[in-house]
Design a protein around this ligand. Structure first.
Ligand code: HEM
Length: 345
């Protein structure tokens, strides 16, 4: 067996990962839709809640930032800022600092020190910077790279021109089966070209029209989901040979290992119009919960089993889960709590 499972989070952290998990299924059946809603208010689930803030820090903070740094060190194409996107990168950095300071006032501090100078302090990382907005020498690093070393979210920046959106900048280290290096410079419509069904359903053209009209200070959010094997964040196309074979080997593990290895992977995606540059910021925050923990929340166990069992083959194939999604559904059904045995009389 060659599937690596990184160390499980500490028990209290594991609790946090369940209560904050953004369970993505409002119905027993899943289909693509332009599922956007205003951001910033908590969404209540059967185990807790998620989405109180646009940026989310949890027990995996240090681990995920280390993982991002390792990916960027080994593959520089996960970070790109096309020349016309430099103002958007500054706008994104300051917007994220504001969001962090708002959501975590005990640990994150942003102070204006002059008309265009700022002080930033992140006490969780022991990081401090005095910088002039737009002057990279004062920050010491490209601003998108700087701020993505302090948030768990992946960030893409889209330029709007000629009635279209283009993915022209980003730091994306945890892509679920796509390649940022390949997609950078492509339009929103081109990027979604391979997604089955959505053309006929008008999902992507509707989303495109919606995004082009998005206003500053009105963030929206949506979720997307898939399954992954192990707690591997970087399942990008670039390194497919490292994780792709797990989709075959998972067939040979026993049921206990299957429940520990197969994770429901959910992306909370925030869509934000940046106030100064007019660019669109797309945040992708990835959460993973193994089936064995998902099954501990009874409504989630039943709902996820129904969705996976019913999911049409073309969608399952596109998500890369066709070979094991039926077993995942059965595993969840078999994990039903056993009714108490009748009292002997
Ligand atoms: C994939 C919808 C915004 C980049 C997808 C999929 C859907 C979708 C339905 C297929 C997912 C799956 O089966 O797992 C939407 C909607 C959006 C939105 C409704 C906005 C309201 C964005 C934005 C970006 C983006 C702003 C910018 C980077 C991608 C990428 C993929 C994807 C890279 C994977 C494509 C591939 O397989 O190569 N999206 N999306 N999406 N989306 Fe979006």
């Amino acid at each position: 067996m060659t599937i690596d499972l990184p160390p499980a989070p500490a028990p209290d952290a594991a609790g946090d990962l369940v209560t904050g998990f953004p369970f993505p299924f409002p119905e027993d059946r899943y289909r693509y839709s332009t599922n956007v809603e205003p951001a910033g208010t908590p969404s209540v689930t059967a185990a807790g809640q998620w989405g109180a803030a646009v940026v989310d820090i949890d027990a995996e903070y240090h681990h995920e930032l280390d993982a991002r740094a390792a990916v960027l060190a080994s593959d520089p194409t996960r970070h790109a800022v096309l020349p016309h996107m430099v103002p958007a990168a500054w706008d994104a950095m300051l917007t994220l600092m504001r969001e962090l300071a708002l959501a975590y006032p005990d640990h994150m501090h942003l102070t204006a020190t002059g008309p265009d100078t700022w002080q930033w302090r992140n006490d969780l990382l022991g990081v401090e910077a005095d910088f002039r907005y737009g002057d990279q020498a004062t920050l010491g690093e490209e601003p998108l790279r700087y701020i993505t070393s302090q948030v768990q979210e992946d960030v893409a920046l889209l330029d709007q021109r000629d009635e279209q959106l283009f993915v022209d900048a980003g730091v994306i280290t945890f892509a679920a089966d796509w390649s940022f290096g390949f997609d950078v410079g492509m339009s929103f419509l081109e990027i979604h070209g391979p997604v089955p069904r959505v053309k006929k359903m008008g999902v992507i053209t509707r989303a495109h029209e919606f995004l082009k009209r998005l206003q500053p200070h009105q963030p929206y959010r949506r979720t997307n989901w898939t399954l992954t094997i192990g707690r591997r964040l970087d399942v990008s196309t670039e390194i497919y040979p490292e994780w792709g074979p797990d989709r075959e080997t998972i067939a040979h593990v026993d049921d206990t290992e299957f429940g520990a290895l197969v994770h429901l992977r959910v992306e909370v995606q925030h869509l934000i119009r940046l106030p100064d540059s007019g660019a669109l910021m797309f945040l992708i925050r990835t959460y993973m919960l193994p089936l064995e923990q998902l099954a501990g929340v009874e409504p989630w166990r039943r709902r996820a089993a129904d969705v996976l069992a019913e999911l049409p083959a073309d969608m399952a194939d596109y998500k890369g889960i066709i070979k094991y999604k039926d077993r995942a559904a059965q595993w969840l059904r078999d994990a039903a709590p056993t009714p108490p045995s009748p009292e002997p009389h």
